[in-house]
Design a protein around this ligand. Structure first.
Ligand SMILES: *[C@@H]1O[C@H](CO)[C@@H](O)[C@H](O)[C@H]1NC(C)=O
Ligand SMILES: *[C@@H]1O[C@H](CO)[C@@H](O)[C@H](O)[C@H]1NC(C)=O
Ligand SMILES: *[C@@H]1O[C@H](CO)[C@@H](O)[C@H](O)[C@H]1NC(C)=O
Ligand SMILES: *[C@@H]1O[C@H](CO)[C@@H](O)[C@H](O)[C@H]1NC(C)=O
Ligand SMILES: *[C@@H]1O[C@H](CO)[C@@H](O)[C@H](O)[C@H]1NC(C)=O
Length: 486
């Protein structure tokens, strides 16, 4: 401290200037030294000064554009053609039976809660329609004084609608008799089926790559469904894959005893979408599909952030109501937020296990508010603009996905007799010869090389040069202050 004071007092600003001149004379950036040479005339100094400023300016501009490239254009989607090596997952199918509740469970429930006589029919009709309701048919839920009375008698709150429907629904994937069970089969291979909670109530999903977090049990109670021991006795796979050397590959999801079903075919990495591609069938549906996968390079996840790659992996959820991410799930959350904004409550078929649960709509609000806006809720935008655009809703793509194209849809003739219950069949006859691959084309290393190269090109600057700057203004400065000269 003493000597620092002395140094400052003794020489003041002049010493500082001398030190900077010393740096200019020694530093690695070409050009600086000419500014301090005594021999040069003013014009020469001015020329060197201008050149220096221009070089630094362009160096900064080019570096900024490299950084911008790193953050916004560092990945691209390429095309792969070496198709003989790929395994392609078959599309999933989601099937919703059109009759919902189990009469045995319902009678038990009525007995326990003292619901008798005509009240029982009223309650059945109400719950069955509630369980079968979605954005297109909320107006079908019966409304009457008897309904109000029986709901009051059993103390049914809107928050418990879904739980009660779940309790009264028989999950037929746990049926002991294999001929009655809802199952997904291809010859002797069994594919895992689960009950899921969709925007169309409780449905069944087969051949999916999604984890068990996507299941009705997890959405309603927050716990994984118990392992299905009937399924595990069989040779079971999660999702069927095919490769180029296989011929047609197919599976059927069957065992539905309801008079009609609604089926959705979709990518194995996605959930069904309520607003499109549903097929109402009384005999069963046969899909002929083709699929093209979108895959990702191994380093994509580690080397880029979500905003850089503009896609999300399944486990990178930033959603509030759902623990995982897919694009359609994100759109469901958009619908939740929209419904909450417009009707001030959300329908019962959404998971609501969050810190501040949103209010669940009672059936009267479902009838009165939702049908008026159903188009808007389903599409999330409206052409002739009665509502403002839901600008706050943007959903990233899935990083891993498949594009499923429907080549034909046919009814299954005589399925009821042949398959002991109706269902849905998926066939893939041709395998893709191209697939898309998300790749990193400008990584962190490339960014460093690019910035280093730019600094080298414009200023002759390098890593050792940077070290020199640090050295000059730390250790060397201390020496100088202490009075040593090097
Ligand atoms: C494709 O699937 C087969 C069997 O399902 C497996 O043996 C093979 O390793 C898989 N190939 C690749 C590239 O994943
Ligand atoms: C369930 O809703 C669908 C679509 O509105 C309808 O076609 C079907 O008949 C309903 N099922 C019952 C049991 O009401
Ligand atoms: C209702 O559930 C029972 C199992 O508790 C089952 O045996 C019966 O077949 C189910 N009824 C219908 C119509 O699915
Ligand atoms: C549903 O069943 C569970 C377990 O059996 C029970 O704890 C819960 O109270 C039931 N919910 C309703 C709404 O009846
Ligand atoms: C999730 O991230 C996207 C951008 O990637 C953003 O637009 C959206 O608001 C986020 N959602 C939530 C609930 O934070």
């Amino acid at each position: 401290m003493e000597s620092l004071k002395a140094f400052k007092n003794r020489k003041g600003p002049k010493a500082v200037i001398n030190f900077i001149i010393l740096y200019f004379n020694n530093c690695c950036i070409h050009g600086f030294r000419y500014l301090t040479r005594a021999m040069l005339i003013f014009f020469e100094k001015f020329l060197w000064f201008t050149l220096l400023v221009v070089s630094i300016y362009f160096c900064i501009v080019v570096c900024l554009s490299s950084i911008d490239r790193y953050y916004t254009k560092s990945t691209h989607i390429g095309l792969e053609r070496n198709y003989i090596f790929w395994n392609t997952s078959l599309p999933s199918v989601t099937v919703c039976p059109m009759d919902r509740l189990n009469i045995t469970f319902f009678s038990d429930y009525c007995r326990k809660n003292g619901v008798k006589g005509p009240q029982k029919d009223v309650l059945w009709d109400f719950l069955e329609n509630l369980a079968n309701s979605t954005y297109i048919n909320f107006q079908n839920i019966p409304e009457s004084e008897q309904v109000d009375q029986v709901i009051k008698d059993i103390g049914l709150k809107p928050e418990k609608y879904m739980e009660l429907i779940f309790n009264l629904t028989y999950d037929k994937t746990y049926e002991p008799n294999i001929m009655e069970r809802i199952r997904c089969v291809d010859g002797s291979t069994y594919i895992h089926v689960r009950q899921v909670l969709t925007e169309w109530g409780l449905c069944y999903l087969g051949n999916s790559m999604l984890t068990e977090q996507y299941s009705s049990q997890y959405f309603i109670y927050g716990e994984y469904p118990e392992p299905n021991r009937y399924e595990q006795e069989l040779s079971l796979i999660q999702c069927q894959v095919g490769s180029f050397f296989q011929r047609d590959t197919q599976f059927t999801l069957r065992g539905f005893s309801s008079p009609a079903i609604i089926a959705f075919a979709h990518s194995a990495f996605e959930v069904s979408k309520v607003d499109s591609n549903s097929n109402y069938a009384v005999e069963g549906v046969m899909y002929d599909l083709s699929t093209e996968e979108i895959v990702a390079e191994d380093n994509l996840e580690d080397e880029t952030t979500v905003s850089m790659r503009k896609c999300r992996f399944y486990h990178e959820s930033n959603l509030t109501h759902f623990p995982f991410y897919t694009r359609n799930i994100c759109q469901q959350e958009c619908r939740i937020n929209l419904a909450y904004r417009i009707c001030k409550c959300i329908p019962h078929f959404y998971p609501n296990r969050i810190a501040n649960p949103k209010k669940v709509c009672d059936y009267k609000t479902l009838r009165s508010c939702f049908p008026r806006h159903s188009k808007f809720f389903l599409k999330l935008y409206e052409e002739n603009g009665k509502h403002e655009k839901p600008a706050s809703c943007y959903c990233e793509q899935n990083c891993l996905d498949a594009v499923v194209t429907i080549k034909s849809i046919d009814p299954m003739a005589n399925a009821k007799h042949l398959l002991q219950g109706i269902g849905s069949q998926v066939t893939v006859k041709t395998w893709p010869q191209t697939r898309l691959k998300r790749q990193v084309i400008f990584s962190m290393t490339d960014l460093l090389v690019s910035i280093g190269g730019t600094a080298g090109l414009f200023l002759g600057f390098s890593v050792l040069g940077l070290v020199e700057v640090l050295y000059f203004f730390t250790i060397r400065l201390v020496w100088q202050i202490l009075g040593y000269t090097i």
